[in-house]
Design a binder for this molecule. Structure first.
Ligand code: UDP
Ligand code: MG
Length: 322
């Protein structure tokens, strides 16, 4: 029949506190989809990706996969971050699956939406985007920064679906296309849009994290945010140039004013103006260098073509032994 082997890719970083619990829920859901609803093939699996966790996550994943062939495990050699961990899972599972769905290990995203993803895939869509209904479970800070960030992205000309994170389905075909994008600085939610293909959306609710803390530290979030901008837009550099032109025009006016003042003999005044200009121009210069530096740093990383993840081991068992 085709289009019925579905892999669920779950990135796990220090998730030992609740991983078993999440896997139990996923098992129930998968059994419902496989046996009760007969929507997907029994060859479907959940792929747990250990993103170089420092706790027992790797051990737990190995144990789960040894005992239950519904689960397969992909253990990465070190922590490469959420985006790369998802990529590793997707690129590995695309060889076995007709489509892959990514979901977080804390199952904050509603797993009952999986049915809708699969239905839309079986209707012929190659990519199905999950979109959260609201941001009520986010803190005020996250809600505000996220909204501002999406506004900034659209100001910079980035075509992005608001409130879509990394709960999505991609078909084998779409994943093969994604594999052609070799960039090291990954911002999947912006990139996948560039692939094209017929796509659709699914709305879902987001719950509070039931166990452990968020694994997205502030620095990981900032890296993701800058990756998002630098990998999808060069407008910041253009804005610097515009600021440069404006500053240049202003300086011509300032020169004119100074010369007039000199003729009038009022040259000593203007302490405040001088001070402000020094700080303003200095500030803008350093900021501009910083922005350009961000791009150069990323170009540097891209030119090295380093692997985005390294697989330490892969645990996969035949479904017949389940
Ligand atoms: N994660 C990962 N590598 C990292 C950080 C996070 O694989 O370096 C995983 C994490 O285990 C979880 C998902 O990414 O499955 C989302 O993380 P989290 O739920 O902590 O983020 P939040 O929901 O707070 O944005
Ligand atoms: Mg979460």
């Amino acid at each position: 029949m085709g289009r019925n082997v579905i892999y669920i890719v779950v990135p796990c970083y220090n998730e030992s506190e609740g991983l078993k619990q999440s896997c139990e829920k996923l098992e129930i859901k998968m059994n419902e989809l496989i046996k009760t609803k007969k929507m997907i093939s029994k060859k479907s699996k959940v792929m747990l990706v250990n993103d170089g966790s420092k706790d027992d996550t790797g051990k737990i994943i190995t144990e789960i996969c040894e005992n239950n062939s519904l689960f397969s495990g992909l253990l990465l050699s070190k922590n490469v971050g959420h985006q790369n961990a998802i990529l590793a899972g997707m690129m590995t599972s695309k060889d076995y699956a007709d489509a892959v769905i990514t979901i977080d290990a804390d199952l904050q995203q509603d797993i009952n939406a999986l049915d809708n993803f699969i239905e839309k895939f079986q209707d012929g869509n190659e990519i199905v985007y999950g979109i959260r209904n609201d941001r009520s479970t986010d803190g005020v800070f996250k809600k505000m920064t996220a909204t501002l960030y999406y506004k900034l992205l659209s100001f910079l000309g980035v075509d992005i679906i608001p409130n879509h994170a990394d709960y999505r389905l991609m078909s084998k075909k779409a994943l093969e296309a994604l594999g052609e994008f070799k960039e090291v600085n990954l911002f999947l939610r912006g990139l996948i849009h560039l692939i094209g293909f017929q796509s659709d959306t699914v709305y879902f609710d987001v719950k509070e994290r039931e166990f452990g803390k968020s694994k997205y530290t502030l620095s990981k979030m900032l890296t993701l945010a800058t990756d998002g901008i630098t990998s999808l837009s060069i407008k910041p550099i253009r804005i610097i140039m515009i600021i440069g032109v404006v500053m240049f025009l202003l300086s011509i006016i300032m020169i004119g004013i100074s010369i007039i003042d000199w003729f009038k003999g009022v040259n000593v005044a203007g302490y405040t103006t001088s001070l402000i200009s020094i700080w303003l121009v200095g500030g803008i210069t350093i900021l501009s260098l910083g922005i350009i530096g961000e791009y150069i740093g990323r170009i540097y990383m891209e030119t090295k073509h380093r692997p985005r993840y390294i697989i330490e081991s892969f645990i996969w068992k035949d479904e017949n032994k389940r």
